[in-house]
Write a new protein. Structure first.
Length: 85
């Protein structure tokens, strides 16, 4: 029986780098617009509960949109600054 972390892939996506290497990268936040041939910027950093995932996609850069209506931790999720009242 596979373990729980192999059954569910939370925001994990296989990406091909410009040097033709394939990696698994984590997409932070809830939901994303990434598709098969989307161009994304990747940074290092592993994910504890996902084996083999050693990279993160950076939201709000290139084809990967930020999270709308995000108030806290906006820089980590590529969210725009909310308009003041």
């Amino acid at each position: 029986m596979p373990t729980k972390n192999q059954l569910i892939h939370h925001g994990r996506e296989e990406k091909r780098l410009s040097n033709r290497h394939d990696i698994f990268a984590h997409i932070p936040g809830e939901g994303h617009n990434s598709q098969e041939h989307s161009i994304v910027l990747v940074r290092g950093g592993r994910v504890k509960d996902s084996p083999g995932v050693k990279s993160h996609c950076i939201r709000g850069v290139k084809d990967l949109l930020g999270i709308p209506d995000r108030r806290k931790g906006r820089s980590k999720y590529g969210a725009e600054r909310p308009k003041s009242k």
